[in-house]
Write a protein that binds this ligand. Structure first.
Ligand SMILES: [Zn+2]
Length: 147
């Protein structure tokens, strides 16, 4: 049954935003990531795409040939991730594009800062995120991060 529920949820997520769009939609949480185009320097919406369980990531952000950015979401993995982490991962992936960096600590810190500014983050939520990251052997927030 859990497997079936996950399938149903993934279908809902897939239908909630088209194959490639520029909005992250997760229930009532809907956001568009905006990042500077690497060629023009102008802010523009980051493209988002739902993909299957292909590389083990939750989300993967990469530059496009036109200077824009694309976030690919591993839908099977995301539906099994707590809602708080799904929201944070939006800000984390968006931070990769906003800062044009592949550095995970930078994306974690910038993502946390952006999330706090946008929707607020309680100390308890930071603790929950730290516990989630600990499963992957990562320290959260990264040392020295002021958010
Ligand atoms: Zn990352």
């Amino acid at each position: 049954m859990a497997r079936l529920n996950a399938f149903v949820v993934s279908l809902v997520l897939l239908l909630a935003h088209a194959q490639i769009g520029s909005a992250f939609s997760d229930g009532s949480f809907q956001r568009t990531c905006t990042a500077p185009n690497q060629m023009t320097g102008q802010p523009q919406p980051v493209l988002e795409q739902n993909v299957g369980n292909v590389m083990g990531f939750h989300g993967f952000t990469s530059p496009l040939p036109n200077g824009g950015w694309l976030i690919q979401w591993n839908v099977p993995k995301m539906v099994n991730t707590p809602p708080l982490m799904r929201r944070f991962l939006f800000y984390h992936e968006c931070a990769h594009a906003r800062r044009a960096t592949s550095d995970e600590a930078t994306a974690d810190c910038e993502g946390l800062r952006h999330m706090k500014h946008d929707i607020g983050v309680t100390p308890n939520q930071v603790q929950q995120m730290a516990a989630f990251y600990a499963q992957y052997g990562r320290v959260f927030p990264p040392p020295g991060c002021k958010y």
